[in-house]
Design a protein around this ligand. Structure first.
Ligand SMILES: C[S@@+](CC[C@H](N)C(=O)[O-])C[C@H]1O[C@@H](n2cnc3c(N)ncnc32)[C@H](O)[C@@H]1O
Length: 442
């Protein structure tokens, strides 16, 4: 018995010794870890709440935004890696005094490894193994004093973390891709882009808040989702991409249709619809309920898809055009305007909502996106199907005295939205996007 007590006493004293050494180590690394966490937290807050990514518009700062954000993530992983490596023999996660810290680290690692964020399931997902590897890459041991460790920024720089924030490079990649498929084969270009799936620089993964605000604040102009005869009104999103705007329209109660020329994009839309935890698209008004969602593959300019979904020409009460006008080669703009007159319901039920963007892009810069100043919408939609002349600066030769044509749409509202995606702002953060609403005259 006495031998037993001695053994327990020895174990206890060894445990105490381990604890105090562990305390010392945690104390040594806790402060840099805390600092790294605060720096990372501040960067995430700035990105999510303070429009930090608008610095992307500024070429001189873009690289800094990328690299330093990557550094802050790496720095955090590095300190957790160091801490775990140093105290791994000290029952770090079971010692009561460290449990709070251990649980906090665990929660952060779990958030990084979840597939819940981003537009693709794995956009912001870093598996635990990857987190560990980043931590390891970021850490250099000192050969002379092995417990002395430091951060290795240049090494991280050589192993940049890829983040799916849109960059001009991605735009250029997409442009180069589309440039291979000009003229009649341009649909093939979009198709291949979607099949490839990693050059989708326009894709923000959620609807533009300007659309949401329009549907909430402009019911007086557009009308609600239910027609006077009690039927749901129909909303069309041409070139709907991942379909997020279509889901938004349905959540407001419209029967919502998303048109895409690419089969892979239609698949992406269906996947987006299946995401169950998408609180963004919850029913807005219980009395109205949710509208039906239909995604269809087809070419905006022909009628095949209309037949497939059983909607006649001029059967859409609302059409939402965002990043579609600017995606099309300007040569197609007369056809684009004419086609809207063929799809939009007659006055006053039919409303075409254009979220005009990007208005502040250099008109001579290659696209897509092609610069889309308000004057271009005005000239084309006032004279559907007609050639509009552009000057050598790439701007429409607008003639304010020219009468609109009979089939021309009329602009019934035009405003600067209070909120929009960052790409719709200039380098000073001023919103350049505009919303315009158009109706047929007949
Ligand atoms: C720049 S993307 C915008 C996507 C979406 N509106 C968004 O904001 O994420 C343009 C989309 O239009 C589609 N598209 C281009 N020409 C089309 C056409 N003639 N008919 C149907 N879709 C088309 C492309 O496949 C592409 O997904």
């Amino acid at each position: 018995m006495s031998a037993g007590i001695t053994a327990i006493a020895t174990l206890h004293s060894e445990r105490l010794k381990r604890l105090s050494e562990s305390e010392k180590l945690v104390a040594k690394y806790r402060d840099p870890l805390l600092l790294a966490s605060m720096e990372l937290q501040s960067r995430l807050y700035n990105i999510l709440e303070q429009e930090f990514l608008s610095y992307y518009e500024n070429e001189d700062r873009r690289d800094l935004v990328d690299v330093y954000t990557a550094f802050l993530i790496g720095q955090f992983f590095s300190w957790t890696y160091i801490l775990r490596r140093q105290v791994q023999f000290f029952h770090f996660s079971t010692d009561k005094s460290h449990q709070k810290l251990s649980r906090a680290i665990e929660a952060i690692q779990k958030s990084f490894s979840t597939d819940e964020y981003g537009k693709e399931d794995s956009d912001f997902m870093l598996w635990r193994g990857e987190q560990l590897a980043i931590g390891e890459i970021m850490t250099v041991s000192d050969d002379v004093a092995p417990d002395r460790v430091s951060l290795n920024f240049p090494r991280l720089h050589r192993h940049p973390i890829t983040m799916t924030t849109p960059t001009d490079n991605k735009f250029q990649d997409a442009q180069a891709y589309l440039a291979k498929h000009q003229g009649d084969s341009y649909l093939k270009g979009w198709d291949l882009l979607w099949d490839k799936g990693d050059y989708l620089p326009w894709d923000r993964g959620f609807p533009n808040p300007a659309l949401e605000d329009t549907l909430v604040q402009r019911v007086g102009t557009i009308g609600g989702p239910i027609a006077p005869n009690g039927e749901r009104r129909k909303a069309l999103v041409p070139g709907c991409g991942r379909g997020v705007d279509v889901l938004l329209f349905a959540s407001f109660g419209y029967d919502a249709y998303g048109l895409e020329c690419s089969a892979a994009a239609v698949e992406a839309c269906k996947k987006e619809e299946e995401k169950v935890n998408n609180s963004r698209y919850c029913v807005r008004d219980e009395k109205v309920g949710k509208g039906k969602i239909t995604f269809v593959q087809g070419d905006f300019f022909d009628d095949t898809w209309l037949k497939e979904i059983g909607v006649p020409r001029n059967g859409f009460d609302v059409i939402y055009d965002y990043t579609f006008f600017c995606a099309l080669n300007p040569e197609l703009r007369p056809k684009w305007a004419l086609r809207h007159t063929e799809l939009l319901a007659p006055f006053p039920a039919g409303n075409l909502i254009c979220l005009e963007s990007p208005r502040h892009r250099d008109p001579l810069a290659p696209g897509p996106p092609f610069a889309s100043p308000s004057e271009a919408y005005m000239e084309h939609l006032s004279h559907p199907g007609e050639e509009i002349s552009y000057n050598d600066k790439g701007l429409v030769d607008a003639d304010p005295l020219r009468e609109p044509s009979k089939a021309g749409l009329e602009r019934v509202a035009y405003w600067q939205p209070e909120r929009t995606h960052t790409v719709g702002k200039d380098k000073n953060g001023v919103i350049q996007d505009r919303v315009s609403i158009w109706r047929r005259r007949d």
